[in-house]
Write a protein that binds this ligand. Sequence first.
Ligand SMILES: O=C(O)CCC(=O)C(=O)O
Ligand SMILES: [Fe+2]
Length: 276
Amino acid sequence: MIDVRRLGPKIGAEINGVDVRALDDAAFSAIYRAWLDYGVIAVRGQAIQIGDFLRYSRRFGGVVPHPSKITRHPEHPEVTVLGANKRRPDGTLDVAVYARGADGWHTDGSYNEHPFKATQLYAVAIPSRGGDTLFASMYAAHDALPERLTKRLDGLRGAYVYGGRRKATQLLAAEDRDWKPVLHPIIRTHPETGRKVLYFDPNKIVRIEGLGAQESDALIEELTRYMIQPGAEYRHQWRKGDIVIWDNRCSYHRAAGDYPPEEDRIHWRVSISERA
Ligand SMILES: O=C(O)CCC(=O)C(=O)O
Ligand SMILES: [Fe+2]
């Protein structure tokens, strides 16, 4: 039996008392089921090596390298190391590294034709305060849309690009900065749960297909206000040894990004694809 405990009213659960290196298929499928049900799962208390992390991550799907080459683990390109090398050689803080994911609510990989189904982090070093990660439910965002908006969004697709309208591409190598926008329906059906979501990412959306620039901007602004619903949030306070996986098909997240910059906050991170 896997001990699953709810964390937020509409998103988030924690699992204690397991060792991810030694899960049989029945135990793993209970974790996978909980992940589908709760959107975000924190497995506590893991003391693992990078190979263990990769083996466990591959049980959720194909592990694919993140487009930011400069933050990849030197020996394991599929692993991004969050929070490493945040000081430049001259000692100044590289804010793109320090505050990665803190510039607003988003979902990972919306710039891909097939966005990452999941992102999984392992907490290697945790600061003494701050540095939480916040999550919110896309199901709740969808369910809060007024009928007028649901009707209007029917059939509409958003165009997404790495860096979005702000062209925030600092973490990419210079030669990798020229991306073509990809299209995703704004109301999507989760392929495994069958539930509808508001699939949206204000950081990476550049326009809504078929609308004029002004109308598109106004709709983007309106949708941004629906993303986070009262009671549909969960704030994760990290402990060293936590493994947290979130479902990018039904949740938004953001880093709080507020920890003391002189302290370490290091995570191994993998992107898990629906394909591969
Ligand atoms: O570091 C975090 O808390 C989350 C960063 C983030 O947005 C990501 O890894 O996709
Ligand atoms: Fe993210």
